[in-house]
Write a protein that binds this ligand. Structure first.
Ligand code: ADP
Length: 493
């Protein structure tokens, strides 16, 4: 069987850029696919302000049309990856917004279109040949439409987070260059009067995946479907959940250069040194034998850190120390700022984004909290387990699929799960983890169970490869003209 040529297209990808887990996934899945014999390239923007790594060559230069003007694009080769260079669109201080002002860029649709039109032409004209184009999240949702229009290769569309839908006002539709009569309707990708890039991807990709089996089920319901559950139900035969893996070389406490000491499941002494160093770095007291609870997160409603804010006094009464690395919602951060002011010896707060520090938080923490209200997959809990921080999570999406509740009787399981995303339920779960911490033998067991888990990409990469091979033999029909009606929270009254 010929080795399939897969082209991934994504707004973020490590090592060039990162905002959330999608960058880790697009940065590490291709290597696993290559190991299985696929030929794989990632097309992603060239953000000169975020990455100044090596460029090997210029592959091509051409104009892409966005609205009524041409924009010169250069395709730059960087190792196996292809960077789309268009300074007006991508020479910015952030991927989606300006980290200094926190404001989103007002020309987001134009920026997504530059990437997608560049990918379309690169594939169509053979600069980057593809048997399957794999599109990631709403920013690439129009690419399946372009490919179908061009008679191009089949596409896979992966939902990394259904909450971010790429909705734009109807007045912006014209810059897509697509026919309004054909595509700006309920059965295409109009969504409550707006243009929805997410709906475009869901309607026109040949296959849809999301990043865990449980999330693939959940998003079919109004509680998790963000108004697109009807569209997803219509495509349910083409939808599946494939669990994310992690790059086990990069995330390895045995030789991670970001850590002050190294350790493994067999030799865990180094973890205590990491805890001591993290306390120093965070300006809190190092107290051996007292649990340090960590969090690394975007601070948003999704991630439920407000629930932690509500139980902070309780956790501190229970003698725990707390460390948060995160940025986002000012109101939620205020809860932690307040706690830091009140208990400066016990609460460490690192505001902002810091990749190396995130490794030190996973390594230095005994317990890791992740009270997400919904979680497509979640990578933080995987890194936490690998680094011996016992995760306490809510029972949703990928958290449910990756964190097995510890059973004292059988000594199985890797963490603790709260039934509900409420502060009471979550407090009960953290209390149980703190109780376990007081029983060192049991705690060591649950910690070791997590550290030993295999979260490598191999199995998931095999599933993707099977999907690609299926598509190379057969391509899905055009979407039916009448999609199911949208319902749920985003629906019109
Ligand atoms: P999401 O993609 O929804 O943000 P994931 O758990 O899938 O959540 O992935 C989050 C990724 O971003 C992890 O790699 C985590 O370590 C990283 N991360 C989140 N916040 C920060 C931060 N403030 N500094 C460094 N890394 C962060």
């Amino acid at each position: 069987m010929a080795s399939p040529r897969i082209v991934h297209v994504s707004m973020e990808c490590l090592p060039f850029s990162k905002v959330g887990g999608m960058a880790d996934v697009v940065g590490s899945l291709p290597a696993a696919l290559r190991e299985l014999g696929a030929s794989c390239r990632v097309m992603t923007p060239h953000y000169p302000q975020l990455h100044d790594g090596r460029i090997d060559a210029e592959i091509a230069a051409f104009d892409v049309w966005v609205g009524d003007s041409p924009h010169r694009v250069r395709l730059l080769e960087a190792g196996d990856d292809v960077l789309v260079d268009q300074p007006a669109a991508f020479d910015r201080p952030g991927v989606y917004d300006d980290p200094h002002s926190g404001e989103g860029f007002s020309d987001s649709l134009y920026r997504c279109l530059v990437l997608q039109q560049a990918a379309r032409i690169a594939v169509r004209d053979g600069h980057v040949p593809a048997d399957v184009v794999h599109c990631h999240d709403n920013h690439t949702g129009l690419l399946p439409v372009f490919l179908k229009d061009d008679g191009g290769p089949p596409s896979v569309f992966t939902i990394h987070n259904l909450a971010y839908q790429g909705r734009y006002g109807a007045d912006e539709f014209w810059i897509t260059g697509l026919s309004e009569d054909r595509f700006f309707g309920h059965s295409a990708f109009e969504f409550h009067g707006d243009l929805s890039l997410m709906k475009a991807g869901l309607s026109y990709a040949d296959k849809i995946t999301t990043v865990s089996p449980s999330y693939a089920e959940e998003i079919l319901s109004p509680d998790f479907g963000h108004g697109l559950e009807g569209v997803l139900q219509h495509r349910r035969d083409d939808l599946c959940g494939i669990l994310n893996g992690i790059d086990e070389d990069y995330w390895n406490p045995g030789r991670d250069p970001a850590l002050p000491a190294h350790y493994s499941v067999a030799e865990r002494e180094g973890k205590e040194a990491c805890k001591r160093a993290l306390c120093e770095e965070g300006g809190i007291e190092y107290r051996p034998g007292v649990p340090l609870i960590g969090m690394v997160s975007r601070v948003t409603h999704q991630k439920g850190l407000d629930l932690v804010g509500a139980i902070l006094p309780h956790l501190l009464r229970r003698e725990a120390s707390i460390v948060l690395l995160g940025s986002g919602d000012a109101e939620i951060l205020d809860l932690f700022r307040g706690a830091r002011g009140r208990w400066p010896e016990r609460v460490a707060l690192f505001e902002g984004y810091n990749e190396a520090l995130s490794h030190r938080v996973y390594a230095g923490s005994d317990i890791f909290m992740m009270p997400s209200r919904f979680e497509p997959c979640g990578l933080s809990q995987l890194y936490a387990m690998r680094y011996g921080a016992v995760p306490v999570v809510t029972s949703v999406g990928g958290l449910k699929d990756t964190v097995q509740a510890f059973e004292e009787e059988w000594k199985t399981g890797t963490g603790v799960r709260a039934h509900w995303a409420t502060s009471d339920s979550f407090q009960g779960a953290v209390d149980y983890a703190l109780d376990l911490y007081e029983k060192p033998k049991l705690f060591k067991r649950v910690q070791g169970n997590g550290m030993k888990l295999d979260f490598s990409w191999t199995r998931s990469a095999e599933q993707y490869l099977a999907l690609y091979r299926g598509l190379m033999g057969e391509s899905a029909p055009d979407p039916a003209p009448e999609a199911e009606p949208e319902t749920g929270p985003g629906a019109d009254a």
